[in-house]
Design a protein around this ligand. Structure first.
Ligand SMILES: [Zn+2]
Length: 381
């Protein structure tokens, strides 16, 4: 149970039993010395979470003192925060190095992973135009094969939680050597509570040992051996972003019955014919298209900027809203069957996505389910 709810219920229970004794009064006095607002803020007024501001019987949710009844209707066990998380823009990521044995956990590999961990916050902020941030400060956790019954992400996550807090939106797992398991670089999704993303809702938190905080587990098969830490960081952008993208609409087709047609053949990335406003294209495949003299277009190969998420992705992440972005802005969708002679086909806006998939809304309670997707990376960006 949510500790805030639990605390509130315990307080109510104690009050109803009339057991507020002198020891508790002393505790109350001490708490008020540390926080003058302790137990003084009435229902509906502003509070700071986890500081005990609210009057007894109330609990601080969304920075407002509320009755526990209101909190309960928002959903039990970790799901009460789905509304808060609907437009979450501050994330926490844990980094785990897994190895067959301790000998494989070399200083070089630890330094390499530390460098990836250090660079990723900047990479993520740049990819989201500073609309979101990720905290990667938690120290690298190492787990060896003898501690694991098998090498599935679920098993590694459960082992992680035996000695680390359930405090992370993402866990990123890096094997010391690619042979650690057969798993490809991939993203195992733990829960899905946002409608309008073109994906089903599911919740398999307990399979991973989380009480509802964890969104997904990335597995980076060869990230410790790719040429640069920056390219590893882009792999994390890609896999972690699969939490939201790209499932809206259908694969590209010139069939008039296809409404959006902005996805690739496996319908988990964007079609390359979707135009990107950035000279480097965008994560998940949209390209920067340059006009040829004859009215066709070719893909620009020049790229000097940092990698970014497409505006559609930023919408799906909840970072572009009607307040900060024009949902009617159209992006060209080219028929890129002939790559250097792509031809304009139609134009798509965020409102066109909403017309097909519905508004982006968050569901409070998603029952525990046994299945959820593992999304592998089949293409480079
Ligand atoms: Zn992918």
């Amino acid at each position: 149970m949510n500790s805030k709810i639990l605390t509130a219920l315990v307080v109510i229970l104690m009050l109803s039993l009339g057991c507020v004794n002198s020891a508790q009064e002393t505790a109350e006095t001490q708490s008020r010395e540390q926080n003058p607002l302790f137990h003084t803020v009435p229902e509906g007024s502003a509070c700071v979470d986890a500081r005990g501001d609210c009057l007894p019987g109330l609990t601080c949710v969304n920075a407002v003192c509320q009755k526990p009844d209101n909190v309960q209707t928002a959903g039990p066990i970790g799901t009460s925060s789905n509304q808060e998380r609907c437009r979450q823009n501050q994330f926490k990521m844990a980094f785990v190095l897994v190895a067959d044995n301790n000998q494989q956990i070399t200083p070089e590999r630890m330094q390499r992973l530390q460098a990836i961990k250090d660079v990723f916050p900047e990479t993520f902020s740049a990819a989201t135009f500073n609309l979101a941030s990720v905290d990667t400060a938690y120290p690298i956790v190492t787990i060896t094969g003898d501690q694991l019954d098998d090498r599935a992400p679920e098993t590694i996550a459960k082992k992680f939680y035996e000695s680390n807090p359930d405090d992370f939106d993402f866990i990123s797992i890096f094997p010391a050597a690619p042979e650690f398991s057969n798993l490809a670089t991939s993203n195992s999704q733990v829960q899905s509570f946002i409608q309008g993303l073109g994906k089903s809702l599911f919740n398999r938190s307990s399979q991973f040992g989380s009480s509802g905080k964890l969104l997904s587990v990335g597995y980076y098969r060869d990230s410790l051996s790719v040429p640069t830490t920056e390219s590893s960081a882009v792999q994390i952008l890609h896999e972690a972003g699969h939490q939201w993208c790209c499932y809206v609409g259908e694969r590209f087709s010139t069939d008039p019955a296809v409404q959006l047609g902005i996805l690739d053949d496996i319908e988990i990335h964007f079609y390359s014919g979707l135009s990107s406003p950035y000279s480097c294209g965008a994560i998940y495949g949209p390209s920067y298209w340059m006009p040829n003299a004859d009215g066709t277009y070719n893909q620009s190969k020049e790229c000097a900027e940092s990698r970014k998420y497409h505006p559609f992705t930023l919408y799906l992440m909840g970072l572009y809203t009607r307040e900060n972005y024009d949902f009617d802005k159209k992006f060209q969708l080219l028929n890129a069957t002939y790559n250097d002679q792509a031809v304009p086909f139609k134009e798509i806006s965020i409102n066109d996505i909403i017309a097909v998939e519905g508004e982006r809304t968050c569901v409070n309670v998603v029952p525990e389910t046994s299945v959820g997707p593992t999304v592998s990376t089949f293409i480079a960006d």
